[in-house]
Write a protein that binds this ligand. Structure first.
Ligand code: N01
Length: 532
């Protein structure tokens, strides 16, 4: 592994060695560029390196949550389950790194602290905690959900037991046997980990601020017949998924939920519930567009919760009130049933919040809970946190933090005006978290690689989004979001989970039109970007 000492001159620096950084390295190397990837973790994998909590697995099906850039790779890799576990996904990424000989350009255990654009040379100086390099292009492959959010509860530092964040789980695992454990949060990470922690812990208290909708995963070993069928036409399978709104193979019903009668609706929802997974949200096309349509699906899930959870008061607390899909839909194995266990207690902290962490537990205004361990399943400073953790300075020394103080501003989620030669992979303003992440990553990486190849062929040294194109795009992202029900609840899509974060809807809804727009921009000589 290379060590940083003197300033090295590179064509490109990539920050992060997850799905995005690995493929970006592969593509740029293919163009003959000198590239270095800096990764803060001591291993590759990004999200799948850090999120090792019990039950961590993907909720996009394995056959889709994987690269498609290499037909050989997608043919040879064997996924074992419908939804891959974190260890299996990490093994896959390790295999990719080896298969494409990526490791020699990846510098691990190295955090990028700052990047500064030099206008005279049109190059970035990238400062890490182990030295600096200079590069023509700087590409942020920092991930949408990588900067953890731990609420600043008073007294946290005095807690005598162990604390964990799901997004920074110890590599050696945690044994909760015999312990009184508190899990704070009820998002996807909590919903996956709670059933397993409940099996181990002596007592488990789940501190819930907002209940979430979750659909059963019905995870199972992959059927070899189905795998064979997909692999016989993997390209076609991927192409069909790319035409769907989320870029994933959720069967889309173009009917309105309100056109269907109650019995037909119930039977459609039941079929999707049995099928399991995120495809529940595309049972009807208007679930995320129309409140009345949405309510039919929301009430179906609430009824399911009441059917699973034996104590009606607990079931009522677990039944979400907000629009279904407004916060990211969850996918689970036995989540609601965990609350039937005698050792699991649901604590509603919506009206009576956690006030203080005590040396031996925590307390709300109403009650005190004795705990040996606290699990923060409190999510991430999503979409902007990891990029803004770096002191990024563009033209005129302007900082990205200042520029994004009122919320992120990008053109296509790929670039931001005033920061030439800086690219974001799945940045705010792109479909990213509202799509199947891996194909979205590949689409961005391909676009960026093609753009860099084009710049070189044309003899250009710099490219930057124009302020006008950026303004139009930001307005468009907002207009699209405002046609939907997404802005109606406090989700991390809006930054609402992080106190003080500006409330701005960050992802762009609509994978197929987005891809078309990116292709048009490229084919028109990178319309909306200024090149020199
Ligand atoms: O985080 P979250 P996550 N007091 O932000 C609560 C992806 N992912 O790590 O809703 C009390 O969803 C907060 O409450 P509220 C996926 O995209 C995917 O679970 O803000 N509670 C919420 O319940 C997912 O959406 C997979 O009121 C507090 C929870 O903490 C995203 O990552 C698996 C609090 C945070 O939930 C993030 O999921 C895991 C406070 N002060 C994650 N502050 C799969 O592929 C926050 N909360 C399956």
């Amino acid at each position: 592994m290379a060590r940083e000492s003197d300033v090295v001159e590179l064509d490109a620096v990539v920050v992060g060695a997850g799905f995005a950084g690995l493929y970006m390295l592969h593509r740029l190397r293919g163009l003959g560029l000198s590239v270095r990837v800096f990764e803060a973790g001591s291993g590759i994998g990004g999200t799948w390196y850090w999120n090792r909590y019990p039950g961590a697995r993907c909720d996009i099906e394995s056959l889709e949550y994987s690269y498609q850039f290499s037909e050989e790779l997608q043919q040879e890799w064997q996924w074992s389950e419908r939804y891959a576990t974190q260890p299996e996904i990490l093994r896959y990424l390790e295999h990719v790194a080896d298969r494409f000989d990526l490791r020699r350009d990846i510098v691990l255990s190295t955090r990028v602290l700052a990047t500064r654009f030099d206008e005279a040379s049109a190059r970035w100086t990238v400062e890490t905690d182990r030295g600096s390099v200079s590069a023509r292009f700087c590409i942020l492959a920092t991930g949408c959900l990588s900067s953890t959010n731990t609420p600043r509860f008073p007294g946290l530092e005095r807690f005598a037991g162990a604390t964990y964040h799901t997004g920074r789980w110890p590599h050696e695992g945690v044994d909760f046997s015999g312990q009184r454990v508190g899990v704070i949060g009820t998002g996807s990470s909590a919903i996956q980990s709670i059933p397993l922690i409940a099996e181990q812990a002596r007592r488990l208290y789940v501190f819930q601020r907002t209940p979430n909708y979750s659909i059963p995963a019905h995870n199972a070993p992959l059927d070899p017949g189905y795998v064979k069928q997909v692999k016989e036409d993997y390209v076609g399978f991927r192409q069909r998924a790319a035409q769907l709104p989320f870029g994933a193979n959720f069967p889309l019903n173009l009917q309105s939920a309100l056109q269907a009668g109650p019995e037909e609706r119930a039977s459609e929802y039941e079929a999707r519930w049995r099928q399991g997974g995120l495809g529940f949200l595309t049972t009807y096309f208007d679930l995320i567009l129309d409140r009345a349509a949405n309510e039919t699906a929301a009430e179906f899930v609430r009824r399911k919760i009441r059917g699973i959870v034996r104590d009606p008061a607990v079931a009522e607390k677990l039944a979400p009130k907000q629009v279904i899909g407004c916060k990211r839909l969850c996918v689970d194995t036995d989540y609601y049933a965990s609350f039937n266990r005698p050792n699991v207690t649901l604590v509603d902290v919506s009206d009576v919040p956690i006030e203080e962490i005590l040396p031996g537990g925590l307390r709300t205004a109403r009650e005190r809970f004795d705990l040996d361990a606290i699990v923060f399943a409190t999510g991430f400073d999503a979409m902007t946190g990891a990029a803004l953790a770096i002191d990024i300075r563009g033209e005129g020394g302007r900082s990205l933090r200042e520029k994004w103080a009122e919320g992120p501003r990008t053109y296509l989620g790929l670039g931001t005006a005033g920061f030439p030669n800086l690219f974001l992979i799945t940045g705010p303003g792109s479909p990213s978290v509202l799509s199947n992440m891996v194909p979205s990553i590949e689409q961005h990486v391909d676009w960026i690689a093609d753009c860099i190849a084009w710049l070189r062929a044309q003899g250009h040294a710099r490219i930057a989004a124009t302020p006008a194109a950026e303004d139009t795009w930001v307005a468009h992202v907002n207009d699209v979001a405002n046609l939907t029900l997404y802005p109606t609840c406090n989700s991390w899509y809006l930054g609402a989970n992080v106190p003080g974060k500006p409330r701005v809807f960050m992802p762009y809804l609509g994978f197929p039109p987005y891809v078309q727009k990116c292709n048009e921009v490229a084919s028109r000589g990178y319309e909306g970007f200024a090149v020199a």
